[in-house]
Design a protein around this ligand. Structure first.
Ligand code: ATP
Ligand code: MG
Length: 568
Protein backbone atom coordinates (compact mmCIF):
# COMPACT_ATOMS: atom_id res chain seq x y z
CA UNK A 1 0.00 0.00 0.00
CA UNK A 2 1.36 3.41 -0.91
CA UNK A 3 0.75 6.30 1.40
CA UNK A 4 -0.17 9.07 -0.96
CA UNK A 5 -1.08 11.72 1.54
CA UNK A 6 0.11 10.82 5.00
CA UNK A 7 -1.40 12.78 7.86
CA UNK A 8 1.19 13.96 10.38
CA UNK A 9 1.74 11.21 12.95
CA UNK A 10 0.04 12.12 16.16
CA UNK A 11 1.07 9.32 18.48
CA UNK A 12 3.82 6.79 18.89
CA UNK A 13 1.89 3.85 17.45
CA UNK A 14 1.20 5.77 14.25
CA UNK A 15 4.89 6.62 14.04
CA UNK A 16 5.81 2.95 14.39
CA UNK A 17 3.36 1.92 11.67
CA UNK A 18 4.51 4.65 9.32
CA UNK A 19 8.11 3.60 9.80
CA UNK A 20 7.17 -0.03 9.11
CA UNK A 21 5.35 1.00 5.96
CA UNK A 22 8.41 2.93 4.83
CA UNK A 23 10.72 -0.03 5.40
CA UNK A 24 8.17 -2.46 3.98
CA UNK A 25 8.45 -4.56 7.12
CA UNK A 26 5.21 -6.47 6.54
CA UNK A 27 5.05 -6.01 2.76
CA UNK A 28 3.23 -2.76 3.35
CA UNK A 29 0.39 -4.48 5.18
CA UNK A 30 -1.39 -3.17 8.28
CA UNK A 31 -3.42 -5.80 10.09
CA UNK A 32 -4.70 -5.19 13.59
CA UNK A 33 -7.22 -6.98 15.78
CA UNK A 34 -9.51 -6.24 18.68
CA UNK A 35 -9.32 -9.26 21.00
CA UNK A 36 -11.92 -9.10 23.78
CA UNK A 37 -12.44 -11.89 26.24
CA UNK A 38 -16.20 -12.56 26.25
CA UNK A 39 -16.49 -12.41 30.02
CA UNK A 40 -18.50 -9.21 30.35
CA UNK A 41 -19.81 -6.20 28.48
CA UNK A 42 -17.36 -3.78 26.91
CA UNK A 43 -16.57 -0.49 28.62
CA UNK A 44 -15.29 2.87 27.49
CA UNK A 45 -11.70 1.62 27.84
CA UNK A 46 -12.48 -1.05 25.27
CA UNK A 47 -14.02 1.65 23.10
CA UNK A 48 -10.64 3.34 23.08
CA UNK A 49 -9.00 0.09 22.01
CA UNK A 50 -11.64 -0.49 19.31
CA UNK A 51 -11.24 3.03 17.94
CA UNK A 52 -7.47 2.61 17.99
CA UNK A 53 -7.32 -0.80 16.29
CA UNK A 54 -10.08 -0.30 13.74
CA UNK A 55 -9.07 3.34 13.32
CA UNK A 56 -5.44 2.52 12.51
CA UNK A 57 -6.53 -0.09 9.98
CA UNK A 58 -8.79 2.50 8.36
CA UNK A 59 -6.12 5.19 8.34
CA UNK A 60 -3.49 3.01 6.72
CA UNK A 61 -5.70 1.07 4.32
CA UNK A 62 -5.42 -2.10 6.37
CA UNK A 63 -7.84 -4.46 8.08
CA UNK A 64 -8.88 -5.12 11.65
CA UNK A 65 -10.16 -8.48 12.89
CA UNK A 66 -12.59 -9.08 15.69
CA UNK A 67 -11.27 -12.00 17.69
CA UNK A 68 -12.80 -13.44 20.81
CA UNK A 69 -10.16 -14.58 23.23
CA UNK A 70 -12.31 -17.40 24.53
CA UNK A 71 -9.71 -19.52 26.28
CA UNK A 72 -11.39 -19.46 29.67
CA UNK A 73 -14.54 -21.60 29.46
CA UNK A 74 -15.78 -21.01 32.98
CA UNK A 75 -16.31 -17.27 32.76
CA UNK A 76 -17.45 -16.84 29.20
CA UNK A 77 -20.92 -16.62 27.84
CA UNK A 78 -22.72 -16.33 24.56
CA UNK A 79 -24.58 -13.25 25.80
CA UNK A 80 -21.28 -11.42 26.08
CA UNK A 81 -20.23 -12.37 22.56
CA UNK A 82 -23.45 -10.91 21.17
CA UNK A 83 -23.20 -7.71 23.19
CA UNK A 84 -19.59 -7.18 22.10
CA UNK A 85 -20.51 -7.53 18.43
CA UNK A 86 -23.35 -5.08 18.88
CA UNK A 87 -21.07 -2.56 20.59
CA UNK A 88 -18.37 -2.70 17.90
CA UNK A 89 -21.00 -2.18 15.21
CA UNK A 90 -22.59 0.64 17.14
CA UNK A 91 -19.26 2.44 17.20
CA UNK A 92 -19.35 2.27 13.42
CA UNK A 93 -16.75 -0.41 12.77
CA UNK A 94 -17.04 -3.65 10.85
CA UNK A 95 -14.96 -6.81 10.77
CA UNK A 96 -16.65 -8.03 7.56
CA UNK A 97 -15.99 -11.76 7.32
CA UNK A 98 -13.12 -11.60 9.80
CA UNK A 99 -14.83 -12.76 12.95
CA UNK A 100 -12.54 -15.19 14.76
CA UNK A 101 -12.40 -17.09 18.00
CA UNK A 102 -9.28 -18.32 19.76
CA UNK A 103 -11.24 -21.56 20.16
CA UNK A 104 -11.23 -21.95 16.35
CA UNK A 105 -7.49 -22.50 16.68
CA UNK A 106 -7.47 -24.99 19.56
CA UNK A 107 -6.43 -27.88 17.31
CA UNK A 108 -3.65 -25.86 15.75
CA UNK A 109 -2.47 -24.62 19.13
CA UNK A 110 -2.34 -28.20 20.34
CA UNK A 111 -0.15 -29.14 17.38
CA UNK A 112 2.16 -26.22 18.09
CA UNK A 113 2.45 -27.39 21.70
CA UNK A 114 3.41 -30.87 20.48
CA UNK A 115 6.09 -29.23 18.32
CA UNK A 116 7.53 -27.43 21.34
CA UNK A 117 7.58 -30.66 23.35
CA UNK A 118 9.37 -32.41 20.50
CA UNK A 119 11.93 -29.59 20.51
CA UNK A 120 12.50 -30.18 24.20
CA UNK A 121 11.03 -26.75 24.92
CA UNK A 122 7.95 -27.79 26.85
CA UNK A 123 7.21 -30.35 29.53
CA UNK A 124 4.38 -31.77 31.57
CA UNK A 125 4.67 -30.75 35.18
CA UNK A 126 2.86 -32.63 37.92
CA UNK A 127 3.39 -30.22 40.77
CA UNK A 128 0.23 -28.81 42.32
CA UNK A 129 -0.78 -25.23 41.64
CA UNK A 130 0.49 -24.17 45.07
CA UNK A 131 3.80 -25.89 44.56
CA UNK A 132 4.24 -24.25 41.18
CA UNK A 133 3.65 -20.91 42.83
CA UNK A 134 6.13 -21.72 45.58
CA UNK A 135 8.78 -22.88 43.12
CA UNK A 136 8.33 -19.76 41.06
CA UNK A 137 10.43 -17.58 43.36
CA UNK A 138 10.01 -13.84 43.71
CA UNK A 139 11.27 -10.67 42.07
CA UNK A 140 14.40 -10.85 44.19
CA UNK A 141 14.81 -14.63 44.39
CA UNK A 142 15.35 -17.05 41.54
CA UNK A 143 12.81 -19.83 41.09
CA UNK A 144 13.42 -23.51 41.61
CA UNK A 145 13.20 -26.12 38.88
CA UNK A 146 10.42 -28.64 39.11
CA UNK A 147 11.48 -32.24 39.68
CA UNK A 148 9.44 -33.10 36.57
CA UNK A 149 11.29 -30.62 34.39
CA UNK A 150 13.59 -33.19 32.86
CA UNK A 151 11.02 -35.74 31.78
CA UNK A 152 11.88 -37.29 28.44
CA UNK A 153 10.26 -36.00 25.28
CA UNK A 154 8.45 -39.32 24.89
CA UNK A 155 7.04 -39.19 28.37
CA UNK A 156 5.95 -35.57 27.87
CA UNK A 157 4.26 -36.40 24.59
CA UNK A 158 2.48 -39.34 26.13
CA UNK A 159 1.31 -37.39 29.18
CA UNK A 160 0.21 -34.38 27.15
CA UNK A 161 -1.87 -36.59 24.82
CA UNK A 162 -3.42 -38.29 27.80
CA UNK A 163 -4.15 -34.91 29.35
CA UNK A 164 -6.10 -34.11 26.23
CA UNK A 165 -7.81 -37.50 26.23
CA UNK A 166 -9.30 -36.75 29.63
CA UNK A 167 -7.37 -39.30 31.67
CA UNK A 168 -6.52 -36.87 34.45
CA UNK A 169 -8.34 -34.80 37.01
CA UNK A 170 -8.26 -31.00 37.01
CA UNK A 171 -5.07 -29.64 38.51
CA UNK A 172 -3.04 -32.84 38.34
CA UNK A 173 -0.79 -31.82 35.44
CA UNK A 174 0.03 -28.75 33.37
CA UNK A 175 2.08 -28.20 30.27
CA UNK A 176 4.84 -25.64 30.82
CA UNK A 177 7.32 -23.95 28.53
CA UNK A 178 10.91 -24.81 29.39
CA UNK A 179 12.59 -21.45 29.53
CA UNK A 180 14.49 -20.24 32.57
CA UNK A 181 13.54 -20.57 36.25
CA UNK A 182 16.16 -17.96 37.13
CA UNK A 183 14.96 -15.31 34.67
CA UNK A 184 14.64 -11.79 36.06
CA UNK A 185 11.25 -11.71 34.29
CA UNK A 186 8.80 -13.89 36.21
CA UNK A 187 6.79 -14.49 33.05
CA UNK A 188 9.77 -16.38 31.64
CA UNK A 189 10.04 -18.83 34.54
CA UNK A 190 8.55 -21.80 32.74
CA UNK A 191 5.08 -20.31 32.21
CA UNK A 192 2.09 -22.63 32.11
CA UNK A 193 0.78 -23.20 28.58
CA UNK A 194 -2.10 -25.60 29.24
CA UNK A 195 -4.20 -26.56 32.21
CA UNK A 196 -6.68 -29.37 32.67
CA UNK A 197 -10.20 -28.10 33.02
CA UNK A 198 -13.15 -30.40 32.65
CA UNK A 199 -15.50 -27.59 31.77
CA UNK A 200 -17.94 -27.01 28.96
CA UNK A 201 -16.94 -24.30 26.53
CA UNK A 202 -19.60 -22.05 24.98
CA UNK A 203 -18.40 -22.96 21.48
CA UNK A 204 -16.42 -26.22 21.64
CA UNK A 205 -18.72 -27.87 24.16
CA UNK A 206 -17.00 -30.85 25.78
CA UNK A 207 -14.49 -31.45 23.03
CA UNK A 208 -11.63 -30.15 25.15
CA UNK A 209 -10.61 -30.70 28.72
CA UNK A 210 -7.31 -28.89 28.41
CA UNK A 211 -7.36 -25.17 27.75
CA UNK A 212 -4.52 -22.90 26.57
CA UNK A 213 -3.34 -20.03 28.75
CA UNK A 214 -3.63 -16.49 27.47
CA UNK A 215 0.07 -15.94 26.78
CA UNK A 216 0.35 -19.13 24.79
CA UNK A 217 -2.82 -18.59 22.81
CA UNK A 218 -2.67 -14.89 22.15
CA UNK A 219 0.58 -14.56 20.21
CA UNK A 220 -0.19 -17.65 18.16
CA UNK A 221 -3.64 -16.39 17.22
CA UNK A 222 -1.99 -13.12 16.16
CA UNK A 223 0.52 -15.11 14.16
CA UNK A 224 -2.08 -17.32 12.47
CA UNK A 225 -4.10 -14.26 11.48
CA UNK A 226 -0.95 -12.54 10.16
CA UNK A 227 -1.47 -9.57 12.43
CA UNK A 228 1.19 -6.91 11.90
CA UNK A 229 0.77 -4.74 14.99
CA UNK A 230 -0.62 -6.44 18.07
CA UNK A 231 -1.68 -3.55 20.23
CA UNK A 232 -2.38 -4.17 23.89
CA UNK A 233 -2.31 -2.39 27.23
CA UNK A 234 0.77 -1.71 29.34
CA UNK A 235 0.41 -4.60 31.76
CA UNK A 236 1.50 -6.88 28.93
CA UNK A 237 4.84 -5.14 28.50
CA UNK A 238 6.54 -7.74 30.71
CA UNK A 239 4.87 -10.49 28.70
CA UNK A 240 6.38 -9.33 25.41
CA UNK A 241 9.58 -11.42 25.78
CA UNK A 242 7.35 -14.47 26.20
CA UNK A 243 5.16 -13.47 23.26
CA UNK A 244 8.31 -13.31 21.13
CA UNK A 245 9.86 -16.46 22.62
CA UNK A 246 6.94 -18.71 21.68
CA UNK A 247 6.87 -17.44 18.11
CA UNK A 248 10.64 -17.59 17.67
CA UNK A 249 10.89 -21.12 19.06
CA UNK A 250 8.18 -22.29 16.68
CA UNK A 251 9.70 -20.34 13.80
CA UNK A 252 6.33 -18.96 12.76
CA UNK A 253 5.25 -15.57 11.42
CA UNK A 254 5.88 -12.93 14.05
CA UNK A 255 3.78 -9.81 14.60
CA UNK A 256 5.06 -7.10 16.92
CA UNK A 257 3.39 -6.39 20.21
CA UNK A 258 3.00 -2.71 21.09
CA UNK A 259 1.75 -1.56 24.48
CA UNK A 260 -0.13 1.62 25.33
CA UNK A 261 -1.58 3.02 28.55
CA UNK A 262 -5.08 1.87 29.41
CA UNK A 263 -7.80 4.42 29.88
CA UNK A 264 -8.84 5.22 33.43
CA UNK A 265 -11.72 7.59 34.05
CA UNK A 266 -12.52 9.51 37.23
CA UNK A 267 -15.61 8.50 39.24
CA UNK A 268 -15.80 5.09 37.66
CA UNK A 269 -14.19 1.64 37.66
CA UNK A 270 -12.99 0.05 34.48
CA UNK A 271 -12.66 -3.65 34.89
CA UNK A 272 -15.20 -6.17 33.75
CA UNK A 273 -14.69 -8.13 36.94
CA UNK A 274 -15.64 -5.12 39.07
CA UNK A 275 -18.46 -4.07 36.78
CA UNK A 276 -19.84 -7.61 37.05
CA UNK A 277 -19.92 -7.26 40.82
CA UNK A 278 -21.88 -4.03 40.56
CA UNK A 279 -24.40 -5.85 38.37
CA UNK A 280 -24.58 -9.04 40.43
CA UNK A 281 -24.81 -7.27 43.75
CA UNK A 282 -27.54 -4.94 42.55
CA UNK A 283 -25.73 -1.62 42.74
CA UNK A 284 -26.98 -0.97 39.22
CA UNK A 285 -29.88 -2.37 37.20
CA UNK A 286 -27.73 -4.23 34.69
CA UNK A 287 -24.75 -4.01 32.39
CA UNK A 288 -26.51 -1.34 30.36
CA UNK A 289 -27.56 0.77 33.33
CA UNK A 290 -27.01 4.36 32.13
CA UNK A 291 -24.65 4.97 35.07
CA UNK A 292 -22.28 2.23 33.93
CA UNK A 293 -19.15 3.09 31.92
CA UNK A 294 -20.07 0.25 29.56
CA UNK A 295 -20.65 1.03 25.89
CA UNK A 296 -24.20 -0.29 26.26
CA UNK A 297 -24.70 1.92 29.32
CA UNK A 298 -23.44 4.98 27.49
CA UNK A 299 -25.68 4.14 24.55
CA UNK A 300 -28.71 3.82 26.79
CA UNK A 301 -27.73 7.05 28.49
CA UNK A 302 -27.91 8.81 25.12
CA UNK A 303 -24.26 9.00 24.12
CA UNK A 304 -23.63 8.94 20.39
CA UNK A 305 -20.89 6.90 18.70
CA UNK A 306 -19.50 10.17 17.33
CA UNK A 307 -19.02 11.53 20.84
CA UNK A 308 -17.30 8.35 22.04
CA UNK A 309 -14.99 8.37 19.01
CA UNK A 310 -14.24 12.05 19.48
CA UNK A 311 -13.37 11.33 23.12
CA UNK A 312 -11.04 8.50 22.09
CA UNK A 313 -9.23 10.83 19.69
CA UNK A 314 -8.89 13.59 22.23
CA UNK A 315 -7.42 11.49 25.02
CA UNK A 316 -4.72 10.29 22.64
CA UNK A 317 -2.47 7.29 23.02
CA UNK A 318 0.23 7.36 25.66
CA UNK A 319 2.89 5.12 27.08
CA UNK A 320 2.20 6.12 30.68
CA UNK A 321 -0.89 5.40 32.79
CA UNK A 322 -3.06 8.33 33.74
CA UNK A 323 -6.57 9.18 34.86
CA UNK A 324 -8.82 11.10 32.48
CA UNK A 325 -11.43 13.43 33.95
CA UNK A 326 -14.95 12.19 33.19
CA UNK A 327 -15.81 15.83 32.45
CA UNK A 328 -13.97 15.44 29.16
CA UNK A 329 -16.31 12.62 28.12
CA UNK A 330 -19.29 14.76 29.14
CA UNK A 331 -17.86 17.67 27.20
CA UNK A 332 -17.63 15.51 24.06
CA UNK A 333 -21.28 14.48 24.17
CA UNK A 334 -22.40 18.07 24.79
CA UNK A 335 -20.37 19.23 21.79
CA UNK A 336 -22.05 16.66 19.58
CA UNK A 337 -25.59 17.09 20.87
CA UNK A 338 -25.37 20.86 20.90
CA UNK A 339 -25.10 20.78 17.13
CA UNK A 340 -27.49 17.96 16.37
CA UNK A 341 -30.15 17.64 19.06
CA UNK A 342 -33.35 19.62 18.60
CA UNK A 343 -34.28 21.81 21.54
CA UNK A 344 -37.59 21.35 23.23
CA UNK A 345 -39.26 22.38 26.45
CA UNK A 346 -39.95 20.07 29.33
CA UNK A 347 -40.65 20.77 32.99
CA UNK A 348 -39.14 18.30 35.44
CA UNK A 349 -40.72 19.52 38.68
CA UNK A 350 -43.92 21.23 37.59
CA UNK A 351 -45.42 24.25 39.31
CA UNK A 352 -48.81 25.35 38.03
CA UNK A 353 -49.12 28.89 36.68
CA UNK A 354 -52.46 30.52 35.87
CA UNK A 355 -52.34 33.58 33.60
CA UNK A 356 -55.28 35.51 34.99
CA UNK A 357 -55.74 37.88 32.07
CA UNK A 358 -55.45 35.19 29.38
CA UNK A 359 -58.81 34.04 27.96
CA UNK A 360 -59.93 30.66 29.36
CA UNK A 361 -60.63 28.93 26.07
CA UNK A 362 -57.84 30.45 23.99
CA UNK A 363 -54.91 28.45 22.62
CA UNK A 364 -52.13 29.98 20.56
CA UNK A 365 -49.50 28.18 18.58
CA UNK A 366 -46.17 29.92 19.09
CA UNK A 367 -43.20 29.42 16.82
CA UNK A 368 -40.11 27.96 18.46
CA UNK A 369 -36.64 27.50 16.95
CA UNK A 370 -35.45 23.89 16.89
CA UNK A 371 -31.74 24.62 17.15
CA UNK A 372 -30.26 28.12 17.03
CA UNK A 373 -26.86 26.52 16.31
CA UNK A 374 -28.26 24.92 13.20
CA UNK A 375 -30.88 26.99 11.29
CA UNK A 376 -31.52 24.15 8.84
CA UNK A 377 -33.31 22.32 11.64
CA UNK A 378 -36.19 24.78 11.27
CA UNK A 379 -38.97 25.65 13.67
CA UNK A 380 -41.97 24.04 15.31
CA UNK A 381 -45.17 25.28 16.95
CA UNK A 382 -45.79 24.99 20.68
CA UNK A 383 -49.18 25.58 22.24
CA UNK A 384 -49.70 28.35 24.80
CA UNK A 385 -52.75 28.64 27.00
CA UNK A 386 -54.05 30.09 30.26
CA UNK A 387 -52.70 27.32 32.48
CA UNK A 388 -49.04 26.46 32.22
CA UNK A 389 -46.33 24.64 34.14
CA UNK A 390 -43.00 26.15 34.98
CA UNK A 391 -40.11 24.65 36.89
CA UNK A 392 -40.61 24.71 40.65
CA UNK A 393 -36.93 25.73 40.99
CA UNK A 394 -37.65 28.82 38.92
CA UNK A 395 -39.75 30.38 41.66
CA UNK A 396 -38.60 31.74 45.02
CA UNK A 397 -40.94 33.40 47.41
CA UNK A 398 -38.00 35.01 49.09
CA UNK A 399 -35.49 35.48 46.29
CA UNK A 400 -31.79 35.86 46.96
CA UNK A 401 -29.68 38.58 45.38
CA UNK A 402 -29.13 38.22 41.63
CA UNK A 403 -32.30 36.14 41.27
CA UNK A 404 -33.74 36.91 37.88
CA UNK A 405 -36.46 34.31 37.76
CA UNK A 406 -39.98 34.30 39.16
CA UNK A 407 -40.77 35.75 42.57
CA UNK A 408 -43.73 37.76 43.87
CA UNK A 409 -44.00 40.91 41.77
CA UNK A 410 -41.23 39.90 39.37
CA UNK A 411 -41.53 39.89 35.60
CA UNK A 412 -39.86 37.23 33.44
CA UNK A 413 -39.92 36.12 29.83
CA UNK A 414 -41.42 32.80 28.83
CA UNK A 415 -39.28 31.35 26.05
CA UNK A 416 -40.94 32.00 22.66
CA UNK A 417 -43.96 33.25 24.63
CA UNK A 418 -44.79 36.38 26.58
CA UNK A 419 -43.59 38.41 29.53
CA UNK A 420 -45.44 37.37 32.66
CA UNK A 421 -45.52 38.89 36.14
CA UNK A 422 -46.24 36.99 39.33
CA UNK A 423 -49.11 38.70 41.13
CA UNK A 424 -50.07 36.13 43.76
CA UNK A 425 -48.98 32.88 45.32
CA UNK A 426 -51.39 30.08 46.26
CA UNK A 427 -50.30 27.77 49.08
CA UNK A 428 -51.53 24.53 50.47
CA UNK A 429 -53.37 25.52 53.62
CA UNK A 430 -52.00 22.66 55.67
CA UNK A 431 -48.42 22.35 54.51
CA UNK A 432 -47.72 25.90 53.37
CA UNK A 433 -46.27 24.53 50.16
CA UNK A 434 -46.59 26.75 47.11
CA UNK A 435 -49.03 24.98 44.77
CA UNK A 436 -49.82 27.62 42.18
CA UNK A 437 -48.67 30.99 40.92
CA UNK A 438 -51.14 33.57 39.72
CA UNK A 439 -49.63 35.70 36.98
CA UNK A 440 -50.58 38.25 34.36
CA UNK A 441 -49.15 38.46 30.86
CA UNK A 442 -48.44 41.42 28.62
CA UNK A 443 -50.10 40.71 25.23
CA UNK A 444 -47.71 43.19 23.56
CA UNK A 445 -44.71 40.96 24.30
CA UNK A 446 -45.60 38.05 22.04
CA UNK A 447 -42.51 36.17 20.87
CA UNK A 448 -40.62 37.17 23.96
CA UNK A 449 -39.67 40.81 23.44
CA UNK A 450 -41.23 44.09 24.45
CA UNK A 451 -41.98 46.91 21.98
CA UNK A 452 -41.38 49.51 24.69
CA UNK A 453 -37.82 48.26 25.21
CA UNK A 454 -38.60 46.97 28.72
CA UNK A 455 -35.97 44.41 29.66
CA UNK A 456 -36.28 41.30 31.76
CA UNK A 457 -33.26 39.26 32.79
CA UNK A 458 -34.83 35.84 33.23
CA UNK A 459 -36.14 33.54 30.50
CA UNK A 460 -37.98 30.44 31.65
CA UNK A 461 -39.04 27.28 29.90
CA UNK A 462 -42.65 26.19 30.29
CA UNK A 463 -45.33 23.93 28.90
CA UNK A 464 -49.06 24.35 28.41
CA UNK A 465 -50.79 22.25 31.08
CA UNK A 466 -53.64 21.11 28.86
CA UNK A 467 -51.32 19.99 26.07
CA UNK A 468 -48.30 18.65 27.90
CA UNK A 469 -47.51 14.95 28.00
CA UNK A 470 -46.47 13.21 31.16
CA UNK A 471 -43.18 11.38 31.51
CA UNK A 472 -40.85 9.77 33.97
CA UNK A 473 -37.40 11.31 33.87
CA UNK A 474 -34.27 9.67 35.26
CA UNK A 475 -31.43 11.92 36.35
CA UNK A 476 -27.97 10.49 36.83
CA UNK A 477 -24.91 11.44 38.75
CA UNK A 478 -21.49 9.82 38.99
CA UNK A 479 -21.63 6.20 40.10
CA UNK A 480 -18.79 6.79 42.56
CA UNK A 481 -18.34 9.67 44.94
CA UNK A 482 -14.57 9.74 44.82
CA UNK A 483 -12.65 10.64 41.70
CA UNK A 484 -10.67 7.47 42.30
CA UNK A 485 -13.06 4.79 43.59
CA UNK A 486 -10.12 2.54 44.42
CA UNK A 487 -9.20 4.89 47.23
CA UNK A 488 -10.71 3.04 50.18
CA UNK A 489 -10.40 2.78 53.94
CA UNK A 490 -8.51 -0.20 55.28
CA UNK A 491 -10.46 -3.36 54.78
CA UNK A 492 -13.01 -1.67 52.50
CA UNK A 493 -13.41 -2.13 48.79
CA UNK A 494 -14.37 0.02 45.83
CA UNK A 495 -18.07 -0.57 46.43
CA UNK A 496 -17.93 1.44 49.64
CA UNK A 497 -17.47 4.47 47.36
CA UNK A 498 -20.64 3.87 45.36
CA UNK A 499 -22.66 7.08 45.45
CA UNK A 500 -26.09 6.79 47.11
CA UNK A 501 -27.35 9.60 44.85
CA UNK A 502 -26.39 8.40 41.42
CA UNK A 503 -29.99 8.00 40.29
CA UNK A 504 -32.97 10.27 40.85
CA UNK A 505 -36.29 9.29 39.32
CA UNK A 506 -38.84 12.01 38.73
CA UNK A 507 -42.46 11.12 38.03
CA UNK A 508 -45.08 13.37 36.47
CA UNK A 509 -42.71 15.53 34.53
CA UNK A 510 -44.48 17.54 31.82
CA UNK A 511 -43.12 17.73 28.30
CA UNK A 512 -44.20 19.69 25.25
CA UNK A 513 -46.52 17.66 23.00
CA UNK A 514 -44.01 17.35 20.13
CA UNK A 515 -42.21 14.74 22.26
CA UNK A 516 -45.08 12.28 22.00
CA UNK A 517 -43.42 10.69 18.97
CA UNK A 518 -39.92 10.43 20.46
CA UNK A 519 -38.19 7.27 19.26
CA UNK A 520 -35.43 5.49 21.18
CA UNK A 521 -32.74 6.89 18.92
CA UNK A 522 -33.82 10.52 19.22
CA UNK A 523 -31.91 12.96 21.39
CA UNK A 524 -33.12 16.31 22.67
CA UNK A 525 -31.96 19.29 24.53
CA UNK A 526 -34.57 20.18 27.11
CA UNK A 527 -33.98 23.91 27.30
CA UNK A 528 -31.96 24.90 30.37
CA UNK A 529 -31.95 21.33 31.75
CA UNK A 530 -29.58 19.30 29.65
CA UNK A 531 -29.69 16.61 27.00
CA UNK A 532 -32.24 13.81 27.18
CA UNK A 533 -33.22 10.70 25.27
CA UNK A 534 -36.01 8.15 25.59
CA UNK A 535 -35.07 5.06 27.58
CA UNK A 536 -35.78 1.59 26.13
CA UNK A 537 -38.29 1.25 29.00
CA UNK A 538 -40.32 4.00 27.34
CA UNK A 539 -43.64 3.10 25.70
CA UNK A 540 -46.60 4.88 24.23
CA UNK A 541 -48.47 4.47 27.50
CA UNK A 542 -45.53 5.56 29.64
CA UNK A 543 -42.78 7.81 28.40
CA UNK A 544 -39.43 7.45 30.14
CA UNK A 545 -36.50 9.75 29.46
CA UNK A 546 -32.88 9.63 30.58
CA UNK A 547 -30.81 12.69 31.13
CA UNK A 548 -27.63 12.12 29.17
CA UNK A 549 -25.79 15.11 30.60
CA UNK A 550 -26.54 18.51 32.08
CA UNK A 551 -25.92 21.67 30.09
CA UNK A 552 -23.37 23.16 32.43
CA UNK A 553 -23.21 24.05 36.10
CA UNK A 554 -26.59 24.05 37.78
CA UNK A 555 -27.97 26.97 39.68
CA UNK A 556 -27.35 25.08 42.91
CA UNK A 557 -23.64 24.98 42.15
CA UNK A 558 -23.51 28.63 41.21
CA UNK A 559 -25.35 29.52 44.40
CA UNK A 560 -22.95 27.44 46.47
CA UNK A 561 -20.04 29.24 44.88
CA UNK A 562 -21.65 32.61 45.57
CA UNK A 563 -22.16 31.67 49.20
CA UNK A 564 -18.53 30.67 49.49
CA UNK A 565 -17.50 33.98 48.00
CA UNK A 566 -19.64 35.87 50.51
CA UNK A 567 -18.02 33.96 53.37
CA UNK A 568 -14.53 34.94 52.27
P1 ATP B 1 -10.95 -5.77 31.90
O1 ATP B 1 -9.88 -5.72 32.96
O2 ATP B 1 -11.85 -4.62 31.91
O3 ATP B 1 -11.66 -7.07 31.88
P2 ATP B 1 -9.35 -6.73 29.83
O4 ATP B 1 -8.09 -6.12 29.34
O5 ATP B 1 -9.24 -7.98 30.62
O6 ATP B 1 -10.15 -5.62 30.56
P3 ATP B 1 -10.13 -7.79 27.34
O7 ATP B 1 -11.45 -8.28 26.93
O8 ATP B 1 -9.04 -8.75 27.51
O9 ATP B 1 -10.36 -7.00 28.68
O10 ATP B 1 -9.68 -6.58 26.43
C1 ATP B 1 -9.81 -6.50 25.04
C2 ATP B 1 -8.90 -5.40 24.56
O11 ATP B 1 -9.26 -4.15 25.12
C3 ATP B 1 -7.46 -5.66 24.98
O12 ATP B 1 -6.62 -5.42 23.87
C4 ATP B 1 -7.22 -4.67 26.08
O13 ATP B 1 -5.89 -4.30 26.13
C5 ATP B 1 -8.15 -3.52 25.72
N1 ATP B 1 -8.55 -2.78 26.90
C6 ATP B 1 -9.15 -3.26 28.01
N2 ATP B 1 -9.32 -2.30 28.94
C7 ATP B 1 -8.83 -1.16 28.40
C8 ATP B 1 -8.71 0.20 28.87
N3 ATP B 1 -9.15 0.56 30.07
N4 ATP B 1 -8.15 1.09 28.04
C9 ATP B 1 -7.72 0.74 26.82
N5 ATP B 1 -7.80 -0.51 26.33
C10 ATP B 1 -8.34 -1.45 27.09
MG1 MG C 1 -8.61 -9.82 30.06
Amino acid sequence: MALTDPAPPTHFIKRIIEEDLKTNKYDGRVMTRFPPEPNGYLHIGHAKSICLNFGLAETYGGLCNLRFDDTNPTKEEFEYVESIKEDVHWLGFDWDDRLYYASDYFEQLFDYAVQLIKKGKAYVDSLSAEEIKEYRGTLTEAGKESPYRNRSIEENLDLFRRMRAGEFQDGTHVLRAKIDMASGNLNMRDPVMYRILHAEHHRTGNKWCIYPMYDWAHGLCDSIEKITHSICTLEFEDHRPLYDWFLEELGVYQPQQIEFARLNLTHTVMSKRKLLRLVEEGYVRGWDDPRMPTISGLRRRGYTPEAVKDFSERIGVAKKDSMVDIKLLEWCIREDLNKHAPRVMGVLRPLRVVIENYPEDQVEELEAINNPENPTMGTRMVPFSRVLYVERDDFREDPPKKWFRLAPGREVRLRYGYYITCVDVVKDKKTGEVVELRCTYDPATKGGWSPDGRKVRGTLHWVSAGHAIEAEVRLYDHLFLKANPEEVEEGGDFKSNVSPNSLEVLQSCRLEPSLAGATPKSRYQFERLGYFCPDPDSSVSKLVFNRTVTLRDTWAKIEKKMKEEIKQ
